[in-house]
Design a binder for this molecule. Sequence first.
Ligand SMILES: O=C(CO)[C@@H](O)[C@@H](O)COP(=O)(O)O
Length: 234
Amino acid sequence: MLESLKQEVYEANLLLPKYGIVTFTWGNVSGIDRERGIFAIKPSGVPYETLRPEDIVLVDLETGKVVEGELNPSSDTPTHRVLYEEFPTLGAVVHTHSPWAVSFAEAGLPIEAMGTTHADSFYGDVPVTDALTREEIESAYEENTGKVIVRTFSKLGLDPDAVPAVLVRQHGPFTWGPTPKKAVENAKVLDVVAEMNYHALQLTRADCRVPQYLLDKHYYRKHGAHAYYGQAQR
Ligand SMILES: O=C(CO)[C@@H](O)[C@@H](O)COP(=O)(O)O
């Protein structure tokens, strides 16, 4: 069932090591068939070198239960599921431990929109969530990771289509997009921009964020009219 979705998700997962944004078995990519209410996700703990299309696991969005697959779905499956449920336009979700984005997540810092490289993909700062509470961690860590992401976007009034990325405090980045390939590209751009921001912040402590009009113009050029739909960052 859903062989083409599984193939697409399989190929997107292989882009993670290709782009150098995962180590060992860290990270995972999923993609969703909204009509059937089923998403396909990387199996847990499987090395990318040995991953096969038939290893991709199918999960029911409503129940969270595996509907096809011999292997266990990624441990982050509940997080992906919350994001699909709460952000209905998402076609795919990616989680990595890419080092530069994780550095900002661990420092509790957003990745600020400091230049056009950023604005090409993200309509403003990429936010960092609050740390999960002890109760959230000990009760349902992955599900609560999804919930803290949704809470952060709601609190900041952000449009997930305009800012397809977030940093989970004390953990790492999640990105998303209309397709698995696009969601992975957003994950790679996020880590590149995080590295650029790190170096900019070493050079100066001045506020280097671009003015809203540059963000609007540049993002609009790449993404069209809905760029203005996004929440003004300041
Ligand atoms: O975030 C983590 C671990 O902190 C996971 O994404 C990573 O280990 C990958 O786990 P899975 O192999 O997808 O279960």
